[in-house]
Ligand binder design. Structure first.
Ligand SMILES: [Zn+2]
Length: 83
């Protein structure tokens, strides 16, 4: 709901809101991005695989924040940021 306030009434068709740190209650503008739904699904699928071996040592939220930036670069993902 909060994302809609930032982005306007409509999230473009085919796009999802992703919380960069995966904390869904963290709706600060720097934590929200729009990415294509297909990229979003891939992001989370890749993240599960990459996080599994280090889950004992790194918090999921810290991991996701770094992994997002890395994934976007490596896969040339279109990201619509709020700030
Ligand atoms: Zn997400």
């Amino acid at each position: 709901m909060l994302a809609k306030q930032y982005y306007g009434n409509e999230i473009p068709p085919g796009y999802d809101v992703h919380h960069i740190d995966c904390i869904r209650t963290n709706n600060t503008p720097d934590n929200l991005v729009l990415i294509r739904s297909s990229d979003h699904a891939r992001l989370h699928a890749f993240a599960i695989v990459k996080y599994a071996p280090i889950r004992e040592n790194v918090s999921y939220f810290d991991f996701m924040r770094e992994f997002f930036e890395q994934f976007v670069k490596e896969h040339d993902i279109e990201v619509i940021r709020l700030i």
